[in-house]
Design a binder for this molecule. Structure first.
Ligand code: C5P
Length: 275
């Protein structure tokens, strides 16, 4: 029976989310941290197909399907319920989870976007509102204040995940000091890639030190990225463990991918375009 969403499968793309910067600027009484972060998205991600039906069901495939719940614990399932939709969700899990690149949050946001639901995204997690935006954005508050960054240039980059899961609450807990300065004022509109890179050079990820303390392979990934030729900015996304480097071209990012992957055949290494 067609419902108000029709009867055809809806396809949705859940791109990897990258925090190019992540300044922790305070801590609220309820334990949540105040953030100031520049977030962009990769041309690589999970894929979902939503087919309306009378009951909820879920099926998970792809290289990172193992260990992902196919029931009400899955954020994509919870997003469908939030949108008042029932049916079958097929999820192709291409992104490593617990890696600071959105994972479940981006899946949930893709479901909300596909079902045209824009409300209460924060109830699914602090990263869901920015993933719902799906384009270069400044994220403030606890993740609830989202401002699009108009004219942000696209960058070629390499993503490297040493395939270790770092639990976000543990990283925030290991942060020694929460009251850090916010990001500097953004470059003017229509700024060039180089102007953005100079600006990015003055930014931080305040979770990098505590995350690397919990998972020392993060420092190894950052070191190996620094050793590749041509990396223009090197950092860690979210609470880790995915690290990234920006390169002048996609070809140079692919060369770097070859170097890092050869040294670490078991790591997740992908050249991407960020925008
Ligand atoms: O909202 P989400 O489930 O993604 O957050 C996971 C955990 O990360 C929270 O329980 C909290 O410990 C920490 N967190 C935080 N401040 C934020 C976002 C997350 O302390 N702004």
């Amino acid at each position: 029976m067609p419902n108000r969403f029709g009867s055809q499968p809806i396809e949705a793309f859940a791109p990897a989310k990258i925090n190019l910067t992540l300044h922790v600027t305070g801590k609220r009484a309820d334990g949540y941290h105040l953030l100031d972060s520049l977030v962009v998205f990769a041309d690589l991600g999970d894929r979902l197909w939503l087919t309306p039906a009378d009951e909820m069901s879920m099926e998970i495939s792809g290289p990172f399907a193992e260990g992902v719940p196919a029931d009400g614990r899955n954020l994509a399932w919870q997003a469908a319920e939030l949108a008042g939709w029932t049916g079958h969700i097929a999820l192709e899990k291409n992104l490593p989870h617990g890696g600071g690149i959105g994972g479940g949050s981006s899946d949930a946001a893709a479901v909300l976007r596909a079902l045209d639901c824009r409300r209460d995204a924060l109830t699914l997690g602090a990263d869901v509102p920015v993933c719902l935006q799906g384009a270069a954005s400044r994220m403030r508050g606890i993740g609830d204040v989202i401002t699009p960054v108009e004219g942000f240039p696209s960058f070629s980059a390499l993503l490297v995940n040493p395939l270790i899961t770092v639990p976000t609450p543990a990283v925030f807990k290991a942060l020694a000091w929460a009251d850090n300065p916010a990001m500097e004022e953004f470059p003017a509109e229509h700024a060039t890639q180089n102007q953005w890179l100079t600006w990015l050079g003055g930014c931080r990820n305040d979770l990098q030190v505590p995350a690397a303390h919990l998972a020392p392979d993060i420092d190894l990934a950052l070191h190996d990225l620094r050793c590749t030729g041509g990396g223009q900015m090197i950092g860690m996304s979210g609470s880790g463990s995915t690290c990234f480097a920006i390169y002048p071209t996609l070809v140079s990012a692919k060369h770097a991918a070859f170097e890092v992957q050869s040294a670490h055949p078991d790591w997740w290494v992908r050249a991407v375009t960020l925008s």
